[in-house]
Design a protein around this ligand. Sequence first.
Ligand code: NAI
Ligand code: ENO
Length: 312
Amino acid sequence: MSEPLFRRVALIGIGLIGSSIALNIKASGLAGHVAIATRRRETLDKAEELGLGDSYHLEASEAVRDADFVILCVPVGICGAITREIAPHLKQGAIVSDVGSVKGAVIAQMAPHLPEGVQFVPAHPLAGTEQSGPEAGFVELFHNRWCILTPPEGTDPAAIAKVETFWQACGANVETMTAEHHDLVLAIVSHVPHLIAYNIVGTAADLEEVTQSEVVKFSASGFRDFTRIAASDPTMWRDVFLTNRDAVLEMLARFSEDLATLQRAIRWGDGDALFDLFTRTRAIRRNVIEAGQDTAKPNFGREPAGGAKPGQ
Ligand SMILES: NC(=O)C1=CN([C@@H]2O[C@H](COP(=O)(O)OP(=O)(O)OC[C@H]3O[C@@H](n4cnc5c(N)ncnc54)[C@H](O)[C@@H]3O)[C@@H](O)[C@H]2O)C=CC1
Ligand SMILES: O=C(O)C(=O)Cc1ccc(O)cc1
């Protein structure tokens, strides 16, 4: 049998993304040893029950000891504090990475704590569901999805190549870009859509007189899709909006302008303007499907580690 890509991988945080990575490491023999750390005993016990790793730790600093690849799989707001905690315990030559949905702020929080001789290769798999916790993971999560790497200037190309090989072995297509570009693109394709979902479900819930029971009873598929997204983890998404503030505000400003244009078209009965936009967006949907990036049913036909089927 060939040597695994890494001798010891440490996963700090074992929710949806951490557990899906753990399942991939196991399925593809990517590491000799998987050390799992999380701060809550209950979560750690669940990870052990699911057999996600080889050793289980309440202290992240213990898990990273002697690890050659460390991945932070925690909400973006705590990446800096955890990096500070683990930094003195990192092995020389280790590669440190993360999976955060925001890159600029995460790099700014983490990089200052990392010692010389440790390589930093931030990553973001564009794959997920509204579920969280260690039972939510499943091995196919990253299959045929993008994983974006945003290595800071000066990162050792060999470390970048190794992280790329890792994500490819998890089934992802890897692309590299700057953190700034990543944050701008993700603001419009992921962050603002989540904000819109949170907002529309919140507005519907606030209109209690109209919606008491109707929200549930008559929710047609469009609204249902919004409720799925608005069920995403509150801590994770609070941190996304607080850390990608500038890009989200910039995209929201553009979104509001375009919404005002639609509002005007409705008010003045400008059917052509509405028809033209809807025709353009229908073509975009076709392109998304052809590119294989349809996440409307991210887990269709698959069993996650804990049994529940997200996205349905
Ligand atoms: N959920 C999604 O669809 C996606 C999430 N991401 C990113 O992945 C990261 C993790 O997200 P999920 O796995 O979805 O979240 P999750 O809520 O399922 O898991 C987070 C895990 O972090 C750990 N954790 C939380 N606070 C901690 C602390 N103070 N100290 C140590 N461990 C702690 C716990 O083990 C928890 O299970 C986030 O940064 C998120 O932005 C990236 C792509 C998709
Ligand atoms: O569940 C969905 O529809 C998603 O959009 C999943 C997702 C959430 C956050 C990310 O940073 C990447 C993917």
